[in-house]
Design a protein around this ligand. Sequence first.
Ligand SMILES: Cc1ncc(C[n+]2csc(CCOP(=O)(O)OP(=O)(O)O)c2C)c(N)n1
Ligand code: SF4
Ligand SMILES: [Mg+2]
Length: 306
Amino acid sequence: MASLKELSKKKDLFAPGHRGCAGCSASIVVRQTLLACDTPVVCSICTGCLEVFSSIFPYTAWKVPLIHSLFENSAATISGIESAYRALKKRKRYTRDLKFIAWGGDGGTYDIGLQALSGAIERGHDFLYICYDNEAYMNTGIQRSSATPLGAHTTTSPAGSVIPGKQQNRKDLTNIVVAHNVPYAAQAIPSNWRDLTTKVSKALSIKGPTFINVLSPCVIGWGYEPSETIGISKLAVDTCFWPLYEVENGKYKLNYKPKEKIPIRKWMEKQARFRHLFKKENKKIIDEIQNETDRKWEKLLKLCEE
Ligand SMILES: Cc1ncc(C[n+]2csc(CCOP(=O)(O)OP(=O)(O)O)c2C)c(N)n1
Ligand code: SF4
Ligand SMILES: [Mg+2]
């Protein structure tokens, strides 16, 4: 586990001056991840906000090799790169040690890239997949994804007189990945930088497919002030909406337990996408979200033997 002092002395591998919104957490996630890499890395990234704001030719913020895949195949792209690397190493035509990271947003991971991710994991490639989950298709104008929470307003689940935001609960991708029997899977968030960087180091030290799902608040899609990104991240953890845990060879471990579990409404009231739920007629939806959060938290505590 690296200290803040140690991390601050390391070379920043993600340059400032890209076109991300002020306060965008995706860039924070990349910066923290790359600081935690001690071996040179090669990355793939699928289409989405992060790719668009950081890598449009002829500019790039990435100081590591990066391949832009299609929207659906970041995991397949990294599989090919990792296979080529192994083949070259076997023939002694390449001798350096490398690590591989595939990136994808929630749209590119929970939805359209799920097949590529599942296949790459099943084939056992040696790579880390990081999903920066901002809970909607932000780059194309905030459409709902299967990671969008119940009740959230998006342009394809518009809150109004017909529906009060998204009608379904979100998909639990972390546990879908765990069901593939991966050696390591975890949830992280940018506010808990030590937890995130430790998880990245750990995942990269393990042979085989590993996965980290990082909740990544989005200023525009969630509707909050840029200065609130880290505060909103902390609240996601303290309300138990986004528990920080890891699963190593099937064994669950809770990495952070809030001293006091904050009601989910405290996190929701800070975001414009949930504003309509605070009307009297929609109160039952907040109760539903609270119940679902409690149910999942209790289930996790049992899995972690807490
Ligand atoms: C096959 C295909 N369908 C649709 C698109 C258009 N598209 C590009 S990025 C994007 C949304 C990406 O959402 P997500 O993966 O959640 O990343 P975010 O923009 O939220 O960071 C869409 C729909 C595409 N590039 N390719
Ligand atoms: S729209 Fe959201 S995800 Fe996209 S750059 Fe802005 S803050 Fe980041
Ligand atoms: Mg997204």
